[in-house]
Design a protein around this ligand. Structure first.
Ligand SMILES: Nc1ncnc2c1ncn2[C@@H]1O[C@H](COP(=O)(O)OP(=O)(O)OP(=O)(O)O)[C@@H](O)[C@H]1O
Length: 255
């Protein structure tokens, strides 16, 4: 059994008049410390699947296991979420934003400060603890959102298009930082993205979903020589465009 295991996940959304089948029989295994991406046509159920993995709502059928335990309120704290928007509280300082989750789960304030400072250092923003979010750029705020997610020490990070609102240069820099930081902390991560290049550059495996209803169509193993590089360097490697073409063709074939 892997670290994260999905068994026969089916999901439908129900309204008063109809049921809409969104996910059909999703089975997959992700190992501890692995970085994978979910890609697929719009509406194929990627965000729904992330929400089920996070335990935000149960799937209609099937089971999610983390470290051999079925997902429940007891082990939900093993999961951290990073979204397209940073959702920092504008009236709180950066340090307070980073430690907000910690305050909920433990009260020792001294250790919060130490954790915040260490994480701000890690993300390359050691001097912004007393700033407010409005004083930072979009890229800097997303780095703070990463620090806030890591502060509560989740085992698995769910990254739902966290770079899509950023300019291209900030996005490339943040991709490098995220991969480097998650590797250093040995985190398991799932990235949802519409950007095939980003999926190749950051992941060890890319899961391609098809739509109507969402099914797991194919899994692509990223060549080892690319996995060893930073996301920026992956894009410069001769093997990158070949992998891109292969995934692109498969995505196109889904219509
Ligand atoms: N709360 C909901 N109630 C009813 N239908 C929903 C709900 N949330 C999502 N859907 C529908 O489920 C399908 C899958 O949505 P989801 O957001 O999971 O897909 P996605 O692959 O993440 O899409 P995108 O790539 O566009 O972000 C879509 O058809 C969407 O309209």
């Amino acid at each position: 059994m892997g670290f994260l295991e999905l068994e026969h996940i089916h999901h439908s959304y129900y309204s008063s008049t109809q049921a809409k089948e969104v996910l059909r029989d999703i089975n997959l295994t992700i190992q501890e410390g692995e970085f994978v991406s979910f890609i697929g046509p719009s509406g194929c159920g990627k965000t729904t699947l992330l929400s089920i993995i996070a335990g935000l709502f149960p799937s209609t059928e099937g089971k999610v296991f983390i470290d051999k335990e079925e997902i429940s309120p007891h082990n939900q704290s093993l999961i951290g979420y990073m979204l397209q928007q940073d959702y920092l509280f504008p009236w709180k300082t950066i340090e307070e934003n980073v430690t907000i989750g910690l305050k909920i789960i433990e009260r020792n304030k001294k250790s919060h400060k130490v954790t915040a400072n260490a994480l701000l250092q890690e993300i390359g923003l050691p001097h912004v603890g007393s700033y407010y979010p409005r004083e930072l750029s979009g890229g800097m705020r997303q780095r703070v959102a990463l620090a806030r997610t890591l502060a509560v020490n989740p085992k698995i990070l769910l990254l739902d298009e966290p770079f899509s609102a950023l300019d291209y240069q900030s996005k490339l820099k943040l991709e490098d930082l995220v991969v480097e930081t998650l590797k250093a902390y040995h985190k398991t991560a799932i990235l949802v993205t519409h950007d095939i290049g980003e999926a190749i550059a950051m992941s060890e495996r890319v899961f391609l979903f098809s739509a109507n209803p969402g099914t797991l169509h194919r899994v692509f193993e990223i060549p080892t020589e690319l996995q060893e590089l930073s996301p920026f360097d992956v894009r410069q490697h001769p093997a990158y465009s070949e992998v891109f073409q292969t995934i692109w063709k498969e995505l196109e074939s889904l219509g």
